[in-house]
Design a protein around this ligand. Structure first.
Ligand SMILES: [Zn+2]
Length: 319
């Protein structure tokens, strides 16, 4: 199986396998889109591959990649908030003591663990402390701190890095469905983040969010309050989405400051906007906007009224 710019975490897994000290619980951290889920499959493949090298071709590797391997279990999230609930965790705790079906080991992969509640984590703790020999848990999360310290101290944490822009372009080209022009545009906006580039090119929410973000940045650069409100109202009143758009804008604001300071690589999705903004925005104003974004995002985690938040955000930004 081909991975891009993952030499460091691959070497870590390889060395744990070689020395026979494979952990019972691994936490993969890194930004959304960097390939944590793919890497979780890769870890299962390194232990289960019939050729011993995560070939991607043998029966075990193929079943892992298609999500049908009976010993690679991905528990389901449930409910409106899509959480791993207590019942699911309880089932895993029982099931973990049942021997694997066809391999010497079985994996439980929990993705985006931002959604494991504290009481479910406590339920799991015992299992992670004294796991059956045949079980390995893999968790993925943006930040390790979503877990209780008691869990964190018992898992091996491996950071999954973003690919280089060059590798990201190669990965998108290898998928065989995008033109060079599409690839260049996606990498200009999402740099080495292969998952975000793919999502952007699929034309779904992320590409619309980028368009909203660009409108917001243009309005800030032009000091156009009406334009800013129009862009914000355009996003709609889905609070998590408003947050996602503002987080994109925040990175562009950061880029604008970086451009003023010199040639640090940009991380945001609107490099042209950042360049324009860097000519008009003072550092103090950038900081004030960054604070306003943080405040609005944190209110949008609660039960904020989105139109009111948008209006208050726009007036703070234009001050
Ligand atoms: Zn294989």
């Amino acid at each position: 199986m081909k991975l891009y710019s993952k030499e460091k975490p691959m070497a870590a897994i390889e060395s744990m396998k070689r020395t026979g000290r494979f952990p019972h619980a691994i936490l993969l951290t890194g930004e959304r889109g960097v390939g944590k889920r793919t890497f979780a499959d890769y870890i299962a493949m390194t232990l289960m591959c019939e050729h011993g090298n995560a070939c991607g071709e043998c029966r075990n590797c193929k079943r892992i990649l298609s999500g049908t391997h009976p010993d690679v279990i991905k528990p389901e999230k449930t409910g409106k908030k899509m959480l791993y609930n207590r019942e699911t965790i309880r089932q895993v705790c029982c099931d973990a003591f049942v021997a694997p079906n066809d391999c010497d080991v079985k994996f439980y992969i929990f993705t985006d663990c931002e959604s494991i509640e504290e009481n479910s984590q406590n339920l799991m703790l015992k299992l992670i402390e004294e796991p059956p020999d045949t079980v390995c848990f893999i968790f993925t999360a943006v930040n390790a701190n979503v877990f209780l310290p008691t869990i964190r101290s018992r898992v091996v944490t491996i950071g999954i890095p973003e690919a280089s822009e060059e590798d990201c372009k190669a990965a998108l080209a290898d998928m065989g469905k995008y033109s060079q022009e599409q690839i260049d545009e996606a990498v200009m906006r999402f740099h080495g983040n292969i998952g975000c580039c793919e999502e952007y090119l699929s034309g779904g929410e992320l590409s619309e969010n980028v368009a909203f973000c660009r409108e917001i940045i243009a309005a800030i650069a032009d000091r156009n309050e009406y334009g800013l409100l129009k862009a914000l109202y355009g996003v709609g009143d889905d609070r998590p989405r408003v947050r996602r758009v503002l987080e994109l804008a925040d990175k562009v604001i950061r880029d604008a400051c970086m451009i003023r300071l010199g040639n640090i690589p940009l991380t945001g999705c609107d490099p042209e906007g950042a360049k324009r903004l860097s000519g008009t925005i003072s550092r103090r104003r950038a900081e004030a906007i960054h604070d306003a974004i943080n405040k609005t995002c944190s209110r949008c985690r609660g039960t904020a009224n989105v139109p009111l938040e948008a209006a208050s955000f726009a007036s703070t930004v234009m001050e």
